[in-house]
Write a protein that binds this ligand. Structure first.
Ligand SMILES: Cc1ncc(COP(=O)(O)O)c(C=O)c1O
Length: 479
């Protein structure tokens, strides 16, 4: 299946991750069964290859037979049989109380090789996540970069403040106040190499303050769950309903922090209701817990003015997170946190050259914002994406009426529920065969019984390929 997440397994090995992550990572390692009979043999071959090539290293605990059967869409007895066969061959060993563990067999692999950890890019790319690369405002960006690097003082060439260049923090504070109602100033802003990096630093700061449990939405960007786990936090998934995260469920956990996407739940496409926002803030006040608001695509709202950030309700309890990955380009690796007073010291203490990003890029973004170019670019892209979104909804309604997207007029993707995990898998298999990139909801949650569906990103295809790509997509969805 297509993925949009790097192969962490190859990078970090298995030891730092809990068992449930392996399932996801195994799927990302293309542990995908070809359709047709002989499922048990196919499972055995896929696992044998993964072990032989070193993708599954010695000591890795394989998922339980129930979980793997659910993830791969086969019966449990198929997995039991495959594990028994691999055990007889010496590829795995079953240990009482520990499950099935990968045995120490010679592999042809010596470490991370030069294969691209992001995997291949489909020709017709409807995976959610990134803006149209051809829309990047190249000329204006280059003008900003040129201004920065030709500054005769050479100021941009020095090591930057590890919290981020002050020029960018000032520009962001004003921009976020104006466009997202965020309450902060330059001293509360920290710049990182994308939200993923900022989340890692924040999780480290939580650990230092003896915060060990964080709640997350039941479906989420898997990479963020991994970042939290790698920082040593226990992660509690919480149900999401049509108003957002279910705060009553959250209140019954011992979580001291929660990571949410209130503007547009990722990937379900649900805007957190005003009541739920108030309830969430109420919980945080009472529990003296922290809310991390991941406002990854808050700029893109199509039915009304963008809904202001939750952070404005409780700036002393909410860490607001923003990114350039949707508004400009993910390749910039620029993200920021607006941090409550109490967390600034630990984050400043943790800030060092490891957290820094290119001063040239930071200053270019500050210049780009100050000149009003980010506003202009987002306004133009909002129109483009709104048109694409409406075209897509119209085509689905006319040609595949049984697939109705969740009604969220925001963001860069549609979330289309389907009847069962089996239907989801069928669509994804057809998409892969047609070289159409789609992601299923199973990419985003751990439990097979959670919702089934597909996410259709409408931002990635270049403008010239959108219509032809949509034709392909509709064919795939029609089956
Ligand atoms: C839910 C969510 N949050 C945040 C981000 C942005 O992360 P980053 O700034 O690390 O690119 C993404 C990008 O895909 C995302 O899907």
């Amino acid at each position: 299946m297509w993925s949009v997440y790097p192969d962490h397994f190859a990078l970090f090995g298995p030891t730092t991750l809990p068992a449930h992550c392996y399932v996801r990572l195994m799927l990302e390692l293309h542990l995908v069964l070809p359709p047709g009979p002989g499922r048990r043999a196919a499972v055995e071959t896929a696992l044998r290859d993964a072990i032989r090539t070193g993708r599954l290293v010695a000591g890795t605990r394989l998922p339980s037979t129930r979980v793997l059967a659910g993830d791969l869409g086969v019966s449990r007895s198929t997995i039991v049989g495959a594990y028994e066969q691999l055990s007889a061959e010496g590829f795995v060993a079953s240990r009482h109380g520990q499950g099935t563990i990968v045995a120490d067999v010679p592999t042809g692999r010596t470490g991370v090789d030069d294969e691209d950890l992001m995997g291949p890019t489909p020709t017709w790319d409807f995976r959610p996540g990134e803006p149209d690369p051809t829309s990047f405002p190249r000329r204006e960006w280059m003008q900003s970069v040129r201004r920065i690097v030709s500054d005769p003082s050479g100021d941009a060439m020095a090591y930057p403040d590890p919290r981020g260049r002050i020029e960018l923090r000032h520009a962001l504070a004003a921009h976020l106040a104006r466009t997202r109602s965020v309450v902060t100033d330059a001293s509360g802003l920290f710049v990182y190499g994308g939200f993923a990096a900022g989340l890692g630093f924040l999780a480290d700061a939580f650990r230092q303050r003896s915060i060990t449990r964080i709640a997350v939405e039941e479906a989420m960007l898997p990479m963020h769950r991994i970042v939290l786990r790698m920082a040593g936090l226990e992660v509690d998934p919480i149900r999401v309903d049509d108003q957002g995260i279910v705060v009553d469920d959250l209140a019954s956990t011992k979580a001291q922090a929660v990571l949410v996407t209130p503007g547009n739940h990722y990937p379900y496409g649900i805007t957190m209701s005003p009541d739920r926002r108030a309830q969430l803030v109420g919980w945080a006040e009472l529990a003296e817990a922290w809310i991390i608001e991941d406002d990854y695509d808050g700029e893109y709202r199509y039915d009304r003015r963008p809904i202001g950030a939750l952070q404005a309700l409780a700036p002393h309890r909410v860490v607001y997170a923003g990114t350039a990955s949707k508004s400009l380009a993910a390749g910039l690796r620029l993200g920021w946190l607006a941090v409550p007073e109490e967390l600034r010291h630990p984050l400043t203490a943790a800030a060092n050259l490891r957290s820094g990003v290119s001063a040239i890029d930071q200053l270019a973004l500050a210049d780009f914002i100050d000149r009003g170019r980010l506003d202009r670019h987002v306004r133009a892209m909002r129109r483009t994406y709104d048109r694409r979104r409406r075209q897509l909804i119209q085509r689905l309604g006319a040609e595949v009426p049984e697939l109705t997207p969740n009604p969220c007029a925001a963001g860069l993707h549609l979330c289309v529920p389907v009847a069962s995990p089996r239907v989801e898998r069928d669509i994804l298999e057809r998409a892969e065969a047609a070289d159409v990139g789609l992601l299923g909801l199973s990419t985003f949650h751990r439990a097979p019984e959670t919702r089934a569906g597909v996410t259709i990103g409408f931002s990635r295809p270049p403008e010239h390929a959108f219509a032809a790509g949509t034709d392909r997509l509709v064919e795939v969805l029609r089956g």
